[in-house]
Design a protein around this ligand. Structure first.
Ligand SMILES: Nc1ncnc2c1ncn2[C@@H]1O[C@H](COP(=O)(O)OP(=O)(O)OP(=O)(O)O)[C@@H](O)[C@H]1O
Ligand SMILES: [Mg+2]
Length: 500
């Protein structure tokens, strides 16, 4: 037996306005038919008009105690013909309706629009990706179904557990922290998926406990990657794996609570942080930071894959970006990582303006975003960076990640020696730090790795001398690209905050 989906709040009132303003055609781009149906039944109640729901097996059916079913409306064209000629003050919900391609169907929809425009009553379409013919598009009002709040998930899961509990004994072993984590993990999943997952988890062993959290996270990962636009990263790095970048780390630490405990932060007068732009020298820990923030804050890390954003069809890319954003918002709270944003979104203007529009969409979202999606964008080439990106209100802060200082270089050697199970105390880190002036973190790591190879080949263990020898052999990027680096620094000087 399906558990009732909890009532939607705000949106019903917004839809009520549309009913009174005579918007006859609505389009929900979502797979969550059940939620739309519940929403519409609340709406129908509030405005006091009947709701009809269509399905291909039984045609239109009036919802409610006295039911009622107009005959011969199973076929899509019959259904449209009925709605057109009935010219009723009613809401017609047509989930899974086939595409409106035939000239006849298009003609009917236009006629419905003309008639229903004169009174209340609406025809509501809904599907995962409804393609409207160009001539119909302007007649439709698209509606976004925002992800429900955690509280709504909470109520849904509670009633689900109660329902299962009436049939068999279940044991729930979750601390209040676990419950928050579970709800965060469920956030973004459809109620259908939630029901499936929770029932499975409970019925398997009669318990709901911490182990089930992993299953939920795994389900979430699959959903994210199904889109082809986003990549899910399991947690791999912690803040302590990053040497230096003290100011950046401090900034992040301070904002952690405001992000994870968004409701209390809001009550306190704070808005959840939007995100960061990390600008800087290659190989100095920008990507590393994105990963560590997600791990440290215990949030899923999803990366926007810009390559898949650009499709050959006009308009597709913006739509793809909106889809990706939609998924990220549904996954909130999460960290959305846009690596090399200058390449991802600002490809210049030689593609007919597509990337500029995509970029505009992204910026507008960044500015207005309300969901707890923390954006970490990285860039190392400023020449392609559109100035709008840097304007106040987009990111909370722009950090410049420079080459590591001498002290930090010593710490980077320390991190990478430890990671390879060597005790840094056996090395002259001071000397290595001095020798590696102008090296990036990645180059330091590379020196350690190369020295390991040498030592392995010579059948001895790695030591200071061997690492020093590798350093001598390296021509760091800061030398080969000295001019570019200078320009980057000069640029960042009054536009960004140093990360260290
Ligand atoms: N501050 C650091 N502490 C520890 N390791 C570091 C640091 N900076 C860089 N590294 C090492 O160098 C590697 C490359 O760093 P990362 O990918 O974060 O660089 P990036 O700034 O994103 O560079 P790019 O601009 O090329 O993307 C890391 O995986 C890490 O092993
Ligand atoms: Mg990187």
């Amino acid at each position: 037996m399906p558990v009732p989906v909890p009532p939607p709040g705000e949106l019903v009132r917004e839809l009520e306005v549309l009913v009174h303003a005579h918007h006859p055609l609505l389009l929900f781009e979502t797979v969550e038919e059940d939620r739309v149906r519940v929403l519409l039944s609340y709406l129908a109640d509030r405005v006091g008009i009947p709701l009809f729901v269509w399905n291909p097996a039984s045609g239109l059916e009036m919802v409610g105690p006295d039911g009622g079913r107009p005959v011969g409306t199973e076929k899509p064209e019959q259904c449209l013909a009925f709605i057109e000629s009935a010219d009723l003050e009613a809401i017609f919900f047509l989930p899974g309706f086939p595409e409106l391609e035939s000239p006849l169907a298009r003609g009917r929809v236009k006629e419905i629009y003309r008639r229903y425009f004169r009174h209340r009553g609406q025809v509501v379409f809904c599907g995962a990706s409804v393609e409207l013919p160009l001539d119909l598009e302007p007649l439709f009002t698209p509606i976004e179904l925002p992800p429900p709040s955690l509280e709504v998930y909470h109520r849904f899961v509670s009633s689900l557990l109660q329902e299962i509990g009436e049939r068999r004994p279940i044991h729930i072993d979750l601390s209040s922290d676990d419950v928050t984590q579970l709800l965060n993990a469920l956030h973004g999943l459809t109620f259908f998926d939630v029901q499936k997952l929770i029932s499975q988890a409970v019925i398997e062993d009669g318990r709901l406990d911490q182990q089930d959290l992993d299953k939920v996270l795994e389900a979430k990962r699959r959903i994210i990657e199904r889109s082809g636009l986003l990549e899910y990263f399991p947690h791999s790095h912690q803040m302590r794996d990053i040497a230096g970048l003290g100011l950046l780390k401090q900034w992040l630490r301070k904002r952690r609570r405001a992000f994870s405990d968004a409701e209390r932060a809001k009550a306190f007068g704070l808005t959840p942080p939007k995100g960061l732009l990390l600008l800087g020298v290659q190989g100095c820990g920008k990507s590393l930071c994105a990963k560590a923030v997600a791990a440290e804050w215990g949030l899923p890390l999803i990366r926007l894959d810009p390559g898949n954003l650009y499709q050959k069809y006009f308009g597709e890319s913006e739509r793809n970006l909106r889809r990706a954003i939609g998924i990220a918002e549904a996954m909130a709270p999460c960290v959305l990582w846009v690596d090399e944003i200058e390449k991802a979104l600002g490809q210049g203007d030689n593609d007919g303006g597509t990337s500029q529009r995509v970029f505009g969409t992204f910026l507008a979202w960044l500015q207005e975003k309300k969901e707890s999606v923390f954006v970490i964008a990285t860039a190392n080439d400023i020449s392609n960076l559109p100035p709008e990106l840097l304007r106040k209100g987009r990111f909370d802060e722009i950090f410049f990640v420079d080459l590591p200082s001498r002290e930090t270089r010593a710490r980077i050697f320390d991190v990478h020696l430890r990671r390879r199970k060597r005790d840094p105390a056996g090395f002259d880190l001071d000397r290595l730090a001095e020798l590696s002036e102008g090296f990036s973190g990645a180059e330091i790591e590379q020196a350690v790795v190369s020295a390991l190879y040498t030592a392995f080949d010579e059948e001895v263990d790695i030591d200071t001398e061997r690492v020093a020898a590798e350093i001598e052999l390296t021509n760091p990027l800061s030398v080969t690209m000295a001019e570019k680096l200078q320009a980057l620094r000069a640029w960042a000087h009054d536009r960004a905050v140093p990360a260290e």
